[in-house]
Design a protein around this ligand. Structure first.
Ligand code: NDP
Length: 448
């Protein structure tokens, strides 16, 4: 049976997982044709099935003394090239299908980083939004009481993702340490004075801008004096905007799940500081930006709309940095019609397959998430290395390594795309290069 039919039949409700697998299957057809050993060793049948899925109850008590129960998950997808590595997401939309898609993407992304990391992902349908610090702390502690049995510095090393930032990683780490009586690099994204790495918070956003810069450089162009549409206003969006400003490019949009801001004068350093304070300290909504800066226009989200107006403004570049499937076919066409010719995905799978087709048909410089946002997990890998050495590199050293890794990923994707007859198709390049590395390791290790 064809792989896609198999997963649709086996898990009919996991739409995002089908989408992620579908994209890879399409790209790697020529690789399987040239290398029959992958088929005979059943690599595809094995790579689509998680090595292990852990599903558990997370009971916790709110500030009023009421008991709540959420679901906790960890998908340990593939450990062929290293311990499972991938973030934890706390968001009401979390379910097994979403986490399987994220874990599947993570396997290929981690292979591209050049570092020895397998792929995993986890999280909960818990929503930290609107919860007090104490409620978040109690939830994280309860989550870790179960998760701690399954992870470890050499087994599975989670990190942050949507809804899991420095605060949550702190509470999770504290409980792990207490339960296991050991201080190890079991989580990444830790605080700087207790094992974290410089540049880890910045890494995904910086990396996605470095990837865009590399795509432009390969065409003799740069980000200087360009304008950019950014979505999201969390960790990835904030540091995407920071690096864009440093490289002379002006962000004109950003968003949260309630709506988006268009600032025709552009976000500058002072405005970005306002956003960081608003989101990270006050945990407020982007709407407040328009109250502070009257030149900005706030548009509330319309969940019934067939497109997102954020993607319908004149610009040169787009950095989707919020969530999956936030650019559909119509959005992609709007981007092309508005002159956008560079798309670098900070978020995971933010573009639908129909949207990607429009980018590829229009020869947009399109950096898919598994390549463009690999900077975050790369610096997580560097955090693991520093923890093992019990040593910290300087900010410049980590940033330098991040730049080199993003350059290497870009070159690898570009050369692989050319080798398979699809020049500048970074999606094919990323899927094929990531697949070959993992598949070869699986061949070496036998049917396990
Ligand atoms: P954050 O939680 O810090 O921020 C997420 C942002 O996206 C918020 O502005 C949030 O708005 C918005 N958002 C989330 N879900 C939705 C939704 N369903 N509809 C509209 N807006 C939404 O997460 P990150 O910045 O860490 O992650 C953003 C993306 O980047 C995700 O796809 C993640 O998987 C990916 N990524 C993150 C990495 C990292 O290192 N953090 C590494 C690689 C990829 P609101 O506040 O209203 O929820």
């Amino acid at each position: 049976m064809e792989i896609l039919d198999l997963i649709r039949q086996r898990d009919p409700n996991e739409r995002e997982f089908h989408q992620a697998v579908g994209e890879v299957v399409e790209s790697i057809k020529p690789v399987l044709d040239r290398n029959p050993q992958y088929r005979s060793a059943g690599i595809m049948d094995r790579i689509i099935e998680p090595e292990r899925v852990i599903l558990f109850r997370v009971p916790w008590v709110d500030d009023q003394g009421e008991v709540h129960v959420n679901r906790g998950f960890r998908v340990e997808m593939n450990s062929a090239i290293g311990p499972y590595k991938g973030g934890l997401r706390f968001h009401p939309s979390v379910n097994l299908g979403i986490l399987k898609f994220l874990a599947f993407e993570q396997v290929f992304k981690n292979a591209l980083t050049t570092l020895p990391m397998g792929g995993g992902k986890g999280g909960s349908d818990f929503d930290p939004k609107g919860k007090s610090d104490m409620e978040v702390e109690r939830f994280c502690q309860s989550f870790m009481i179960e998760l701690s049995r399954h992870i470890g510095a050499n087994t599975d090393v989670p990190a942050g993702d949507i809804g899991v930032g420095a605060r949550e990683i702190g509470y999770l780490f504290g409980m792990y340490k207490r339960l296991r009586n050991e201080f190890t690099g079991v989580l990444t994204g830790k605080g700087l004075n207790w094992g974290g790495s410089l540049i880890r918070p910045e890494a995904t956003g910086y990396g996605s801008v470095y990837f865009a810069a590399e795509m432009l450089d390969a065409r003799g162009d740069s980000l200087d004096k360009k304008t950019a549409l950014v979505s999201g206003s969390g960790n990835v969006a904030q540091f995407t905007m920071e690096k864009l400003l440093e490289l002379g490019c002006t962000p004109v949009t950003f968003s949260d799940s309630s709506g988006y801001i268009y600032d025709q004068k552009g976000v500058d350093r002072e405005k970005l500081d306002f956003i960081m304070q608003l989101k990270n300290v006050r945990r407020g909504r982007v709407k407040e930006y328009a109250d502070q800066y009257p030149e900005a226009v706030y548009t509330p989200a319309d969940p019934g709309a067939d497109h997102n107006p954020l993607w319908n403004h004149k610009a040169d570049c787009a950095f989707p940095s919020a969530t999956q499937n936030e650019i559909n076919e119509k959005d992609a066409q709007n981007l092309v019609d508005n002159g956008v010719f560079v798309v670098s995905e900070g978020a995971n799978m933010p573009t639908t397959p129909e949207g990607i087709e429009i980018f590829i048909d229009n020869k947009i410089l399109y950096g898919p998430g598994k390549a463009a946002n690999a900077g975050g997990v790369s610096v997580s890998g560097l955090e693991m290395t520093q923890n093992s050495m019990r040593f910290n590199w300087t900010r410049d050293e980590v940033d330098h390594r991040l730049r080199i890794i993003m350059k290497t990923i870009h070159r690898n994707c570009m050369e692989t795309a050319e080798q398979y007859g699809t020049p500048y198709n970074y999606m094919n390049g990323a899927n094929i290069a990531g697949f070959v590395k993992v598949a070869d390791a699986m061949l070496d290790q036998g049917v396990v």
